[in-house]
Design a protein around this ligand. Sequence first.
Ligand code: ADP
Ligand code: MG
Length: 223
Amino acid sequence: SEETIRQSEKLSAVGQLAAGIAHEIRNPLTALKGFTQLLHAKSSGADRHYFEIMRGEMNRVEGIVDELLVLAKPQTTNFQPHYVQLILQEVITLLSPQALLKNVLIHVDFEVNAPKIFCEESQLKQVFVNVIKNGIEAMPMGGNMFIQLKSDNGKLFIEFTDEGKGVPQDLLPKLGKPFYTTKDRGTGLGLMVSYNIIRNHRGTIAFSSEVGKGTTVSITLPL
Ligand code: ADP
Ligand code: MG
């Protein structure tokens, strides 16, 4: 619809601006990190502790900048045929220490014969990291996360279901809006970036949620 087009134009304008700013932040940040590292090495006692805090905070800024920079990449970069189930498995392996630490069990149900799709591997990885991390973060006391992948009718369907705190119905439209976060240390960029990436793949991403029960993130990608 016209409203959808307007929304996505707005999003890509914001994205481009954000990516431009991210580039400008990166160089001074590299210098700051380098000199902090130098002073850290020469410090002792309380100073050492302060430098460690500074380093942690700078890493956080760097993480935000990295998320934003994805938006600066050209729309059709390096699309290659890949098995999405393998990409997903890699991401799950990457995140399993974090899941273990938070008492989250990840259960997978992948259609083994799902065909390859044309995609940008590093971008899909980023989407899966974002979505799985959100699921883990929604379950501070631990729980189960179910990840399902199947193909049907020329499409690949991927579903991530958690048993977390859920999202109130009236807040669902806010997901993916730049800087919308309910977390103390959140960036509110993960889903915006994910929406952009899935859109570049001509796919869709949708949320269904029940407060206190959990959330399902459904992604479809054309084969
Ligand atoms: P961030 O994780 O930095 O907050 P995101 O864009 O990844 O930014 O997510 C935005 C917001 O959407 C989160 O702060 C949270 O409120 C909500 N959200 C996303 N995924 C989930 C989920 N699986 N369960 C509950 N809330 C979620
Ligand atoms: Mg997130």
